[in-house]
Design a protein around this ligand. Structure first.
Ligand code: AKB
Length: 320
């Protein structure tokens, strides 16, 4: 029987992944954990415990108490915040992953999921259709932690046979839980501002193309990778994963098709340099070939669904 522990369960990915995993494996088989108890979150509808992912002893206790055999380790500091707190970002992203990998070895965990990011790429990598094995020279602390983390995942697979699986997520677009501290967050914020104020000031320049993905696609990709036949997976660092790619200007135009008076202005800040260090689009040949990955959401569908879902109730919550 699959018994799952999720760290960072109250975050942007965690909230929706917890819901999906509980649906699939049964609520009593999925333990959601986070460093803080979230307010009004579906993750506390089932088993929930407080856990700082840096606390290996407590993590070990939960693994034993709940007879855990699969871990989804999502706690992390994202790119923009980690540039502000480099040492804290490195410690959280790196040491928590090492806790998970080491406990997986000691406690016989069967399968681990860990998210990597397009942030592993930097100077020297192809900007268009960046390939799986492009050079990795990340320009951010977050990117360095993801790049090193991928190698640790591969090491634990090669050396100890831990079945660690990973995806390089692009910017994720969702409405249930908002992202925090990422460089791609504008692509979520814009929808809330468009609904509430009909205008948005973007912290990236209008032509900054980045890879993005709708959360439904990201959750489905995660479940599909975790269910894939082990013998078919050749990538044990992390899989390139592609959804859509667009610029702030293209997103604004897509919103304007539905909200005619929407206005976009631009005030680039330090996140511009981070965005410019990343590829504009991703080639996910291995994900397609080895576990049949195919995204379902294009920009038009994302815009339509986000504007429908960002109801006035969510907007009020957002502004509180
Ligand atoms: C971020 O912007 O930091 C993240 C990412 C691309 O990994 N959304």
């Amino acid at each position: 029987m699959t018994r799952i522990l999720i760290t960072g369960a109250a975050g942007q990915i965690g909230t929706e992944l917890t819901i999906a995993l509980r649906k699939k494996y049964g609520a009593k088989n999925v333990l959601a954990t986070d460093i803080k108890e979230p307010k009004d979150s579906p993750v506390t509808d089932g088993a929930f415990e407080l856990l700082d992912a840096l606390d290996a002893k407590q993590m070990c206790k939960y693994i034993r108490d709940y007879k855990i055999n699969h871990i989804y380790h999502l706690s992390a500091m994202l790119s923009a915040t980690a540039e502000q707190y480099p040492r804290k970002g490195w410690d959280l992203n790196m040491l928590s992953l090492l806790n998970v990998l080491e406990l997986s070895r000691e406690e016989g965990i069967k399968r681990v999921f860990w998210p990597s990011s397009i942030a592993v790429f930097g100077k020297g990598a192809k900007k268009v259709k960046c390939e799986q094995y492009e050079v990795q020279k990340p320009a951010t602390v977050y990117g360095i932690s993801k790049s090193a983390g991928e190698l640790w995942c591969n090491y634990y697979f090669e050396k100890y046979g831990i079945d660690v699986r990973s995806l390089r997520y692009p910017g994720l677009i969702s409405y249930k839980t908002l992202p925090g501290g990422g460089t791609t967050d504008y692509a979520v914020d814009i929808f809330f501002k468009a609904v509430a104020e009909r205008k948005y000031t973007c912290y990236l320049k209008e032509g900054t193309r980045l890879p993005m993905m709708y959360m439904d696609d990201a959750i489905r990709a995660t479940l599909e990778l975790m269910e894939a036949n082990k013998n078919k997976l050749s990538v044990r660092t992390s899989y390139n994963l592609s959804g859509v790619d667009f610029t702030p200007a293209a997103l604004a135009a897509s919103i304007r098709e539905r909200i005619g008076e929407f206005e976009m202005s631009y005030a680039p800040d330090f996140r511009q340099a981070i965005a410019e260090s990343w590829p504009g689009s991703i080639d996910d040949y291995y994900a397609q070939k080895e576990w049949n990955w195919k995204p379902k959401y294009n920009l038009e569908r994302i815009t339509k669904e986000m504007l429908t879902e960002v109801s006035s109730q969510r907007v009020n919550e957002y502004y509180l």
